[in-house]
Design a protein around this ligand. Structure first.
Ligand SMILES: [Zn+2]
Length: 316
């Protein structure tokens, strides 16, 4: 197996997890002074690619100290139980609200089957393995972890999910934001740089929290963000602004159609229009049809998340 690797500065490597299609989801390996950590891992089907990535980098499985799991959505955490079996010294690190769900994944499985259905769930994720409680650490806001010679700070970043944290590597002006800093596929890059969209997927999207988390991360003045979807972006202040503008616009779209007969179709169509307009403005070198294809899955998930959010507003 030859894993697809992207070699970045500062001992950081992206491994394509081969989730859905190449270029969609990246796990990151951080190396420092002979020790290593993963940030997010993909699904069970990603694990062979991750292990091949370690081997290609010459990292022994015993040298992995941490598996940082930014949140418990299955494209990030689904393969963690299987991977941990291969990494004898590693500890899995999660938000205190996320940790119980990798120790006992029954709720995660049930929740995800609601979104995807039984058959597609199996195809995407397979059988989730639990991680023994003794190998799981719950990270408090601001807690620091030493990896080789570097210090990583974990900060709680709700908004995409309540149980979300980001990994801050201050010495290298880098942050691993999970899904809190949106989605930016490399095929939508233009001469002006990266194009980015927020992710509002089910079931804990909260616009005010998300904007606050983006501002908190931007306040570290990072030079690079290492996104799961998809890997390194720079020009962080411009992207932060682009995300905040879109979060407000998407929330406005959702509220405008809150009472529509087919909320799903109406919200999805307006979000696509918003994204096509912004993509053109940005000079994304793809046709409308190609952009709609690249962003199709995110349009679906974002719309589902917005419906859940609207229903939660109604109840409160
Ligand atoms: Zn997510």
């Amino acid at each position: 197996m030859s894993p697809k690797l992207l070699h970045h500065p500062d001992g950081i490597t992206a491994v394509d997890t081969e989730y859905l299609q190449p270029g969609h989801a990246a796990s990151h390996i951080i190396q420092d002074a002979g020790r290593a950590a993963f940030v997010d891992v993909g699904t069970n089907y990603s694990v062979p690619h991750l292990l091949a990535g370690l081997e290609a980098l010459g990292i022994a499985r015993e040298a992995v100290d941490y598996v940082f799991l930014t949140h418990v959505h299955l494209d990030h955490v689904g393969g963690a139980g299987l991977l941990m079996r291969e990494l004898p010294k590693a500890r899995a690190v999660l938000h205190p609200r996320g940790a119980p769900h990798v120790i006992d994944p029954e709720k995660l499985i049930a929740g995800s089957k609601v979104v995807y259905g039984e058959e597609r769930f199996q195809k995407l994720y397979g059988d989730l393995l639990p991680i023994p409680a003794a190998r799981v650490d719950a990270a408090q806001d601001g807690q620091r972890f030493r990896l080789g010679g570097r210090e990583l700070e974990l900060i709680h970043t709700p908004g995409h999910a309540l149980h979300h944290y980001a990994v801050v590597d201050s010495a290298h002006a880098s942050i691993f934001p999970g899904d809190t800093f949106g989605i930016s596929y490399r095929e939508t890059d233009s001469p002006h740089g990266a194009f980015i969209t927020p992710t509002t997927s089910p079931t804990q999207f909260d616009p005010e929290q998300l904007i606050a988390s983006i501002e908190r991360m931007a306040a570290y003045a990072p030079k690079a963000m290492y996104l799961m979807h998809f890997s390194r972006v720079t020009d962080v202040p411009r992207l932060a602004e682009m995300l905040k503008v879109q979060i407000r616009a998407i929330v406005h779209i959702a509220q405008r159609h809150a009472a529509a007969q087919d909320r799903y179709t109406a919200i999805r169509a307006d979000m696509l229009d918003l994204w096509l307009g912004l993509a053109h403005e940005h000079g994304v070198p793809l046709s409308d049809a190609q952009i709609a294809t690249v962003l199709r899955g995110d349009l679906d998930l974002n719309t589902q998340g917005l419906l859940v959010w609207l229903d939660r507003l109604k109840r409160s």
